[in-house]
Design a protein around this ligand. Structure first.
Ligand code: DGT
Ligand code: CA
Ligand code: ZN
Length: 573
């Protein structure tokens, strides 16, 4: 059923027209049409142009638009219109009491482009003085935003994946499921997730749904049906479960994995081939015969493309790459040979070196870098020069005894506010690896922070820049930084840039990883483990790296121990 897609588009169009101050009758026409389609029992995709015009509020023009969208998967008028206003501006309209006129005013006068901009300005009392805005209005706007955020909040993936895994486990145990898979943004390893999408096949869908809505994780059941049920977990996360036919499982998996943008591209391509792709399968339009859909790869096979990994499905060039046979071979968990950023209880970790070695070996690793904090980071009990040199000696002695496993002696060295480094070169050159990072001065100017990172990379002993943007998802934004300049310097100096796998960091983020890859910058995926179970965070780092199209060769810690040591020494000269 395509009705909801059309409803959303028509409402969006009305919103944008309103912001633009367009003709009120035209705006109302779109709203009315949306409302009437919303209440329709029949799928608009199955209704002829003539019949469409019998729906109240729909004339030849809107009927044509509906058909264009249903046939091609997009609407030119809508796409063009969207370019005329910043996309975030439409979101502002969902703030209670804030109409399109005010939204336009905010954009024109204060360059407010989205809800975050609006919140910032309201907090700083900068809205006062605009026509119709008083102190009280600002206060209400802030309340409204807080409310929207509670409702439309996205969750960091690290909070969502464990919940999803818990549910899958219970379903496998208690429900008569055959196939079972996560779909949606979670399967694509996006850094934030709106809701969990799960797909299953079963001989007894009713029983599956019964089990699902009675799971111990459930706080509230939103809806229960034979093919789809939705609930809210105790953590406040929405979970949708769909049970589909065996023969449609692949098509449904492709459809509900998304992204929407990726799906739309595939559907457009299918239309040009006289085919139709939906969540039920792949169909020949003329004969109406189903020609695929049991396996996910069917939707790529029909275009003679290789399988596109879920992490890449964002319509950011993956379809073109697949058509040209130039898809990257994405890095995999099995490629990771060790972790290069780990803390012991000498600084702020919880374990001694031996416990970390055991945990690393259990993950099949070949090596591990011990990188406790440096002295400047007093809050994390950073190591004095004497302490780090003593630890270095201890590690080198240990290494002689270890069999089939190697330790690297290192540090996570603080880059101080003035840009200087926390240990002198005489100390650094004795270590196997130096991970450098920023822990203070987040409010400095973009130039200052960039300069700190650049000067650290120019030090021959600095091997990796850790968590380069400093973001904490949902808690702290990235500091201002000229990432282009940082990546350029990384390339020039042979410094690796970390993909910190700690689920609230995922820093570098996917977009910059892609950029780094294009610039041939070496990456390193590390967990920043403080407690041994956190070694398992590696999966988040690898997922994020894959979203940035990273291949094995782009990642430092896929090297064998010997190759790694050679690579580290090369920079130091
Ligand atoms: P999010 O926001 O983190 O939940 O992201 P997704 O990608 O999981 O989005 P969601 O849960 O709204 O939908 C799951 C997938 O279903 C989405 O990636 C693509 C597919 N899908 C949902 N709605 C539509 C639609 O209106 N058109 C198309 N073509 N696909 C859709
Ligand atoms: Ca989702
Ligand atoms: Zn660390």
């Amino acid at each position: 059923m395509r009705n909801q897609e059309v409803v959303k588009i028509f409402n969006d169009i009305a919103d944008i027209l309103e912001i633009k101050g367009d003709n009120p009758f035209r705006i109302r026409a779109y709203r009315r049409a949306a409302q009437n389609i919303d209440g329709l029992a029949k799928d608009v995709a199955e209704i002829s142009a003539e019949e469409l015009q019998k729906i109240p509020g729909i004339g030849a023009d809107l009927a044509g638009k509906i058909q264009e969208y249903v046939k091609t998967g997009s609407l030119k008028f809508y796409d063009e219109l969207k370019k005329e206003v910043p996309s975030g501006l439409v979101d502002i309209l969902s703030v209670p009491g804030l109409g399109p006129k005010t939204a336009k005013l905010l954009f024109d006068k204060l360059n407010i482009k989205n809800v975050d901009d609006l919140e910032q300005h309201a907090k700083e009392g900068k809205l006062k003085g605009l026509p119709g805005i008083q102190a009280k209005t600002e206060e209400n706007i802030l309340k409204g935003i807080a409310m929207i955020k509670r409702h439309t909040g996205r969750f960091p993936i690290g909070r969502v994946l464990p919940v999803a895994e818990g549910i899958l486990e219970k379903l496998k145990e208690k429900a008569p499921v055959n196939k079972l898979s996560i779909a949606g943004s979670l399967r694509r390893w996006k850094d934030t997730i709106k809701d969990i999408d799960i797909l299953a096949t079963s001989k007894d869908p009713h029983k599956v749904m019964d089990v699902f809505v009675h799971l111990p994780q459930v706080k509230e059941v939103l809806m229960k049906g034979p093919t789809k049920s939705s609930l809210i977990t105790n953590e406040g996360i929405q979970v949708d479960l769909r049970v589909v036919d065996e023969g449609s499982f692949g098509a449904a998996l492709a459809y509900f994995t998304g992204s929407k943008a990726h799906n739309i591209r595939l559907r457009e391509m299918a239309v040009r081939k006289g085919l139709k792709i939906n969540e039920y399968g792949i169909f020949d339009v003329k004969t109406e015969k189903k020609i695929g859909g049991e396996h996910e790869n069917d939707v790529y096979k029909i275009f003679e493309m290789h399988y596109i990994a879920p992490e890449m499905r964002e319509d950011t060039g993956e379809i073109e790459a697949a058509l040209e046979g130039k898809l990257p071979e994405l890095v995999e968990m099995e490629d990771i040979k060790g972790d290069l950023h780990v803390h012991t209880k000498s600084s702020d970790g919880s374990h001694d070196i031996q416990e970390l070695i055991d945990a690393a070996k259990a993950r099949g690793y070949e090596y591990l870098a011990i990188t406790d904090h440096s002295k400047g980071l007093a809050v994390a009990r950073g190591l004095s020069i004497d302490q780090v040199l003593e630890q270095n000696k201890k590690i080198k002695a240990l290494n002689k005894k270890l069999k089939g496993f190697k330790l690297l002696s290192g540090t996570e060295m603080d880059i101080k506010s003035d840009g200087s480094l926390d240990y002198p070169d005489e100390v650094l050159k004795q270590l196997d690896i130096v991970v450098a990072s920023i822990h203070s001065g987040f409010r400095q100017s973009k130039e200052q922070i960039t300069k700190r990172l650049v000067s650290a990379m120019k030090n021959p002993y600095v091997s990796i820049i850790a968590h380069p943007s400093g973001r904490l998802i949902g808690e702290r934004d990235a500091y201002e930084i000229d990432m282009e300049e940082v990546l350029k310097t990384a390339k020039e100096t042979g410094t690796a840039i970390e993909i910190n796998a700690y689920p609230l960091r995922l820093d570098l983020s996917d977009m910059y990883i892609k950029k780094a890859k294009e610039m041939n910058v070496l990456l390193s995926i590390n967990t920043d483990t403080h407690v041994t179970f956190q070694f398992d965070f590696m999966a988040y780092g690898v997922g994020t790296a894959r979203r940035g199209w990273a291949e094995k060769n782009d990642v430092l810690n896929t090297l064998s121990y010997n190759a790694l040591m050679k690579r580290l020494k090369r920079k130091a000269g």
